[in-house]
Write a protein that binds this ligand. Structure first.
Ligand code: F3S
Length: 278
């Protein structure tokens, strides 16, 4: 069976940067706390904990060491709470997320109404919503056109969670235009996401089965799995090589491998090795 890796897969610039910054903070024996798991990957989070980077739920849980802001970013209120602790702060907010937050605030201030295309409750989306709200806007979160409230009217700005698909953004924009609402759209999908999505879609159309590696709680990995499943029914989302079931590949001549932006290279390599050994 031929094992083919997607052209673009695995840890993105923002995740790698956050990992490097958190580890640098504990170099030489220091302690650091991340507000929530640093990335949506349980194996990496466990490894970080062993090295002194622990995940906490609330700012109030941190009493010593550095406070690390994750690549997803935080709301302005959490940022203020972090600053008020008087501890060293390591801001690992991905620059793409920071750009999306700025766009949300600017649209919010100028237009007074913002739609955030994304997954309600996701930490990045909460940050975008809060930035637009602090700028005085009425904010709506829509993962798809069905989530748009009937009362929505112009003027309205649209920003997107960095890990959303272009198709989701286009669908929401088209639905608004169909209602006669012309939105001002800032496409804040990050290039790492779109490159991984395009490479996954291309590969899914060429292979008999495809394995998507990454945390089940990772929104960008789940989205890659959805994209693959749309053209390759034998799509399997796994977190570790042990989950690979040889029965999945009966009669397959080729299997693709892709991975979300929160999946480290070592995990992808381990899955590739496991598949090659079959
Ligand atoms: Fe940043 Fe994009 Fe990764 S927003 S964290 S580079 S998926």
């Amino acid at each position: 069976m031929r094992v083919v890796r997607a052209r673009n897969a695995g840890a993105c610039y923002g995740v790698q940067r956050a990992l490097d910054m958190a580890l640098a903070a504990v170099e030489g024996g220091g302690a650091a706390s991340t507000l929530g798991p640093l990335i949506h990957n349980p194996q990496v989070v466990a490894d970080l904990a062993a090295r002194g980077v622990r995940a906490v739920e609330h700012v109030e849980d941190v009493h010593a060491g550095s406070i690390v802001i994750r690549s997803h970013g935080v709301t302005p209120a959490v940022r203020r709470a972090v600053a008020s602790r008087g501890l060293p702060v390591v801001d690992a907010t991905c620059p793409h997320v920071a750009r999306a937050q700025k766009a949300a605030a600017q649209l919010g201030e100028r237009l007074g109404r913002v739609v955030v295309v994304g997954e309600a409750g996701h930490p990045e989306v909460e940050g975008l919503v809060a930035c637009a709200r602090e700028a005085g806007a009425e904010v709506f979160v829509a993962a798809c056109p069905a989530d748009l409230p009937a009362c929505l009217r112009e003027p309205v700005g649209v920003v997107v969670q960095t890990t959303q698909t272009r198709a989701a953004l286009d669908a929401v924009e088209a639905a608004l235009r169909a209602r006669g609402v012309n939105p001002e759209v800032k496409n804040t999908i990050c290039s790492a996401t779109s490159q991984r999505q395009e490479a996954a879609a291309e590969l899914a159309g060429e292979v008999d089965a495809i394995v998507v590696v990454g945390g089940r709680n990772s929104s960008n990995t789940t989205r890659l799995a959805d994209i693959c499943a749309a053209s390759c029914p034998r799509t399997y989302h796994i977190e570790s090589p042990d989950e690979v079931d040889p029965a999945w590949f009966a009669g397959c001549e080729s299997v693709g491998v892709t991975a979300g932006a929160s999946t480290p290279e070592a995990h992808i390599a381990a899955v590739v090795a496991r598949l090659e050994a079959l």
